[in-house]
Design a protein around this ligand. Structure first.
Ligand code: HEC
Ligand code: HEC
Length: 295
């Protein structure tokens, strides 16, 4: 027997705002320290003088920024960015800091990039002053992102399918500095929370009892001990970039053993994390639910 609960989606729309105030902040470490990466990008005083930036070339002075890894350190460009030119990353010796311009150019060469052929950054964004204090508004993220929760009962196994899509970003999301991440946390209840039986878990560094099952969309930089870090000067390598590409669907299944005689509720919460791999400063962007009545 199949029952589908198909929940809402918002359609494409460009963002045009450059300030925001984040609402509800989830718990986690308080007092996030100054972002080490942000400080680095603004170190270039020459660029700061040219504010605000109006042309595509000027956007690329910062938004096509890579950084050389220490002696002998590399990452696997073709494994992580198969669609991008390895030369842009010094054949694996340079890691991405802020790369929307590189991503947009690479996308234009792909079949999937048809709809962005003529696009430049300022078609969708206002140019900003040298200092960016805030980021995209929640409402604008909601317009760009689709999140769906679908339930299917197979005997006593509940299959919770989560789908996620970026409609109109022209680059991967979340964009911005290396420490930005989206996390989808999945929880299933039969009054009480149920334990995940089979399916993906969020990045280990982020897991708590309530936030375990789910998906992490981020760049995974590791230090010399293989530990995740967002300090690029500690980075020895980039081991993955799971951020969502323009117009791509992400679909994953989470399985739970349930009591078919009781009502089931599945909840998927999308969080924006400014300081991955920590919850520091994280906020909820959207939440989707699906329910299934007893048979
Ligand atoms: C077709 C429209 C479009 C184009 C072109 C585009 N963007 Fe975006 N951009 C978006 C959308 C939509 C978002 C919000 C994505 C999300 O939902 O997280 C975004 C997000 C961002 C963010 C992250 C902000 C945040 O706080 O998450 C940055 C930085 C950014 N864009 C820079 C650029 C730059 C630089 C260019 C040019 C190389 C560019 N964008 C081109 C639509 C666009
Ligand atoms: C001096 C370097 C620099 C230049 C030049 C620059 N940016 Fe940025 N931009 C940044 C940094 C750093 C961030 C912060 C990213 C983050 O916090 O993740 C940012 C953030 C953004 C964001 C997300 C926050 C917001 O204000 O909405 C957008 C969109 C964006 N830039 C677009 C542009 C566009 C379009 C241009 C060219 C017209 C441009 N930027 C030129 C450094 C720059």
């Amino acid at each position: 027997m199949k029952v589908f609960f198909f929940l809402f989606l918002f359609l494409l729309c460009c963002t045009g705002s450059n300030s925001s105030h984040h609402s509800a902040t989830v718990d986690g470490e308080s007092n996030p320290k100054e972002d080490p990466l942000q400080t680095e990008v603004f170190a270039n005083k020459e660029i700061e003088k040219k504010k605000p930036f109006k042309t595509i070339q000027k956007c690329a002075t910062c938004h096509a920024q890579v950084r050389t890894l220490g002696e002998g350190r590399t990452f696997d460009v073709s494994g992580i960015y198969p669609q991008m030119d390895p030369k842009k990353f010094g054949e694996g010796k340079k890691i991405p800091v802020l790369i929307e311009s590189l991503e947009l150019n690479a996308l234009k060469k792909m079949e999937r990039g048809k709809d962005v052929q003529e696009k430049v950054c300022i078609d969708c964004h206002l140019p900003h002053q040298a200092l960016v204090k805030d980021r995209i508004e929640i409402e604008d993220r909601k317009k760009n992102l689709g999140l769906w929760v679908t339930l299917e009962l197979i005997d006593n196994i509940m299959d919770v399918e989560i789908k996620f899509k970026s409609y109109n970003s022209a680059h991967r999301v979340p964009a911005g500095l290396a420490s930005r991440a989206y996390v989808i946390v999945v929880n299933v209840f039969q009054k009480e929370p149920l334990a995940l039986w089979h399916g993906p878990k969020i990045a280990k560094a982020l897991r708590t009892k309530e936030r375990l099952a789910g998906l992490t969309m981020a760049r995974f930089f590791v230090d010399g001990n293989g530990k995740l870090t967002n300090h690029l000067n500690l980075a020895h390598s980039l081991i993955d970039d799971t951020r969502l590409e323009h117009q791509r669907f992400l679909g994953e299944h989470f399985l739970y053993k349930i009591d078919p005689d009781k009502e089931v509720e599945a909840v998927a919460r999308l969080y924006y994390l400014p300081a991955f791999p920590t919850w520091s400063g994280a906020f909820e962007v959207m939440v989707e639910r699906a329910e299934l009545e007893p048979q």
